[in-house]
Design a protein around this ligand. Structure first.
Ligand code: HMG
Ligand code: MG
Length: 304
């Protein structure tokens, strides 16, 4: 019997400018990215992952992150963050006056090697050094664990491996751990079983969920996570996204769909769904593609 105690309020971490655009076939210019981030802030998003300071050779789509951050008009009360893989990335974040970074480890060895060219153990010692320096700079550090419900190379991932990495990230000083279903293979009961296991070591209040929607399970998985009290959800407007090192994986859950569901459940987000939908339409048009959000498509049909 599942105990249902939905949170009264959910914090959405909008990852479209980073996770959403890192896998785009064509480079997205600075003005388009800035317009997206400003529209998201204007829609009420209070946590926006704006880009990443990673190797340009590995992820060319993120090469203009510093320019984006310098052109951006930052709104008060919005937490702008970037993804950082090492000390070089941390230095770039400091130069861009970013006070919140995200580090990213994996629960699968093979994915870790493909994504960041090192073992899980090596990545954790690298991230420990990054976190130590970031905290000394007064920054906040968020930790991702990738492949929590499956790996594109290894298939099944043991929940114990997820727990080990989540706990290591928490112990080094991360304020929050985001559990990433990188390839979107998870289903609700598997997600709940994993969250229950991780929550024995990391308080539910410090957990976030990050579902890619490859198999159309993301919203169901989010509902399952909410039932256990998880109150932080990563999402990308229009369902943009994917990881260049996760073959076959599609975008994140669409923020519009998450907000539509939470509105219907009377769970507060502080987000204006109309403005969010407009932001999604603008970026989809700029990329020359249809939004993957069903809520956005329904709104469009209704307004015709
Ligand atoms: P490496 O080859 O071991 O690094 O890569 P290195 O230190 O030997 O450096 C190699 C080159 O990269 C050098 O340049 C460095 O300057 C440069 P060169 O001398 O050849 O011209 N470099 C950098 N440049 C800019 N910023 C940096 C940086 N570091 C090195 N910070 C490394 C290791 C981690 C750097 C590399 O593998 C990398 O950048 N990987 C990118 C990983 C990535 O961004 N993946 C996608 C995001 S993760 C994700 O999507 C999952 C998530 O959404 C959650 C989920 O869904 O599960 C978060
Ligand atoms: Mg992701």
């Amino acid at each position: 019997m599942i105990e249902e105690h939905y949170p009264a309020r959910v914090r959405i971490v909008e990852v479209s400018p980073r996770d959403g655009l890192q896998n785009e076939p064509a480079a997205v210019d600075v003005a388009t990215k800035v317009a997206l981030i400003e529209a998201l802030a204007n829609a009420g998003l209070q946590a926006i992952e704006c880009g990443s300071f990673v190797s340009e050779k590995r992820v060319p789509q993120m090469a203009n992150t510093a320019e984006v951050l310098s052109a951006l008009r930052r709104s008060r009360g919005v937490d702008y963050s970037v993804l950082v893989p090492n000390l070089q990335g941390l230095e770039a974040a400091v130069r861009s006056e970013i006070t919140n970074i995200a580090i990213f480890a994996a629960a699968s060895e093979t994915f870790s090697q493909h994504n960041i060219q090192c073992s899980i153990a090596e990545s954790l010692s690298r991230f420990r050094a990054v976190t130590e320096q970031a905290l000394a700079h007064g920054m906040r550090v968020r930790g991702y664990v990738s492949c929590v419900l499956g790996c594109p190379y290894e298939g099944i991932v043991a929940p114990e491996a997820v727990v080990r990495v989540a706990k290591a990230l928490l112990d080094m000083g991360c304020y929050e751990i985001s559990l990433g279903d990188t390839i979107g293979v998870g289903t609700p009961l598997a997600a709940q079983a994993l969250i229950r296991q991780v929550a024995e070591h990391v308080a539910i209040s410090r957990l976030a969920v990050h579902f890619h929607d490859t198999y159309g399970q993301a919203l169901a998985n989010i509902l399952a996570a909410l039932q256990l009290g998880v109150a932080v959800i990563d999402a990308a407007v229009s369902g943009l996204g994917g990881c260049p090192y996760a073959p076959g994986a599609t975008g994140n859950v669409a923020t519009e769909d998450v907000v539509y569901m939470l509105n219907g459940m009377h769970i507060e987000t502080g987000i204006d769904l109309d403005k969010l939908t407009a932001a999604g339409q603008t970026i989809s048009a700029a990329l020359g593609r249809e939004s993957k959000s069903k809520a956005a498509a329904a709104t469009r049909r209704k307004s015709r």
